[in-house]
Design a protein. Sequence first.
Length: 722
Amino acid sequence: MKKLILIVMTGVLCSGRGQEWSHSFKDAMTALPPAWQSEQVYVNRAPALLLNGENRKPDFGNYVGHSFYLFKAEAQKLANRKLCFLAKVRRLEGHAPLQIGFRIFGNGNQFMLGRSMNAELVQTEQWENISFSFAVPELAGIENLNITLGFQQDGAQNNCFVIDEPELRLATDGGTRLQPADSIGMAALLDQDELVLVSRGIPQFAIILGPEPDAIAQYAAQELQEHVRLATGQTVTISQEQNFSGTGIWIGDNAMSRKYGVAPALLPLENWLLARVGSAIIIAGGELPATPAGSIISRSTIPLGTLSATYEFLERLFEARWYWPGSLGTVVPKADDVRLRHLFVTGAPAYSSRSLFYDLPKHDPDVTARDTLIWQRRIRIGGSEPDPIGMHSFQGWSRKYANHPEYFALQADGNRKVNEVAGTHLCLTNPDVIELAAKEAIDYFRANPNKLFFAVMPGDSNDLHYCRCPECQKQVSAEKGRSGMHSNAVWGFVNAVAAKVAIAAPGKYLKCCSYADYTRRPDFPLQNNIAVTLCFGTVPHGSLNYKSAWRRHLDEWRPTGAKLYVWEYWNSARYGKGVHGAPAFFPRQLKEIHLLDRNQVSGRVIELSDINSEGQGVNSWADWIYDVQNLYFSARLMWNANLDVDAELAAFFPAFYGPAASLLREFYDHMELAWTRSCYHADGHQVWDWEVCWQKTYPPAFVDRMMGLLRQAVEVCAGQEP
């Protein structure tokens, strides 16, 4: 028996026209049952073959398929010949792979040999060519030869294909075909000449999207187009031509990213790539399919891999920067000449979740909420995981379970706390409360299958409202001090709920903060479906005291095995009375702080101040100008832990402040140095009050000197464009 050689390819025909023998199966489709004929969808004339999951034959189980036959003499004369089956296929529904099989029967309809493979169809609602090559061995007694196309109809989603113009021909070789060996890494061997993107201020490229670009790719293309316009004054064309042969920047899922195996669907979430291959530059990143357009410019923590890769490209090739929200914060130098020889860079964020709290400056007429959200995306605020930050939960229980006061925390006055003042507080040892809390989480995950986290966390001021019933009092751990007094109680409750959720909703997480009187680690292991947000309450002063405290806090929680995140309270610098309006600049310190927890916590959330310099609560990002530089660098470091902060600062001042660069650099440097030296202690505790702030850190003479620098900067820039 000779070896059967069989290869399946898509999109490439395996032999040319004009062969000495061919056989079309097109006319045979008119004899198909009506349900298997496609009268509406066909290539040139009806009918075509319809493979519809709704037309399963009982004898074939979940398999739906049809065979094209050659019998006896016609089949026998093909022995020792090389054949190629060709057809056009159009997927109408579903995602099941289309299977192609070749079989030979003989000697009394006995199976003699065969083989099958999957045709990798990449498009929906478009015709694609499939090609299936093989050699027929020289066998005695061949009775029929058949080609079968079909699929397994599994799951709730129906699958449906239309097959047209099926034909069998002689092939010119043994059926083996050279498969694509396109390698981005090897492209550097071939791409020796420079690729010109901009010449004399004129862009020399087009932006290419796939035939059905998703919302992320479309927005990324618009962002690239707009920033190139800012750099050159010219508007670059956006095309969907998949056979484009000129210099093109290919964004997202398209023929080029598929050819090289780096389409977004193949990449891990938020992993990104920039690569040159010939006259093409590929920009792609991992993201969720069908991400809604409305989620792109929002506070949602979602992966936007291709968009983030586009911003990487703009930063690297066009030196674009986004120092604060709006047009004033956008810096794009004029581009007269942009060219490159080799480009193949990849990356992934240092933290899987990067989010903010009180992050919209609602009271500044010059900065809109949308400006701020756009800016946050540009500096890569977001993440590959949904928001993992624990928040006080059980809101609405006082109304929902008003007839069950025993569910709520017994207070010192003998009454149950059946209101939501300072949040809902429960009797954490009540078995019914544990059962209901678990049911609430399970119901949530069933209603929201794409969600990953659900909060199970007591209301605020837990130490004031903690349950005084005998069973709950047994859980109090006074020996742990104020920060751990109720750790065993709260985390024991979270553990009990998590155990039930793990059974009904595997792969989902409960989230709770290490906070206030349950900051300390409990005395027992945690369930592996718990995410813990470590609340660390001070702004970094760069001191050993700060780093040591954070190290102790992190090391205490790491052995629990829980997924860890950190909540940073940047608002504490100006939150208390006497320090409202106190600035704190610390961009250089951020890298050394992040170094302490790199690869140990999965994400960070930064809480900004919602109290303005007058001491008024504004429920939004107050005095944002104080935080924006720190936040810019923190976001960049959460994305790229190896960012050269000093190099970025060196570029920041001339790019952003122009002729006032040296004055503003002196201002910021002195401000950061003063803040770094602001870590005063008394009786073993850090002190940050009016005296430390305004007499020792920023005394009147220092403030006058800093304001003098700002006044000089205004004079230097007078009459010039921002």
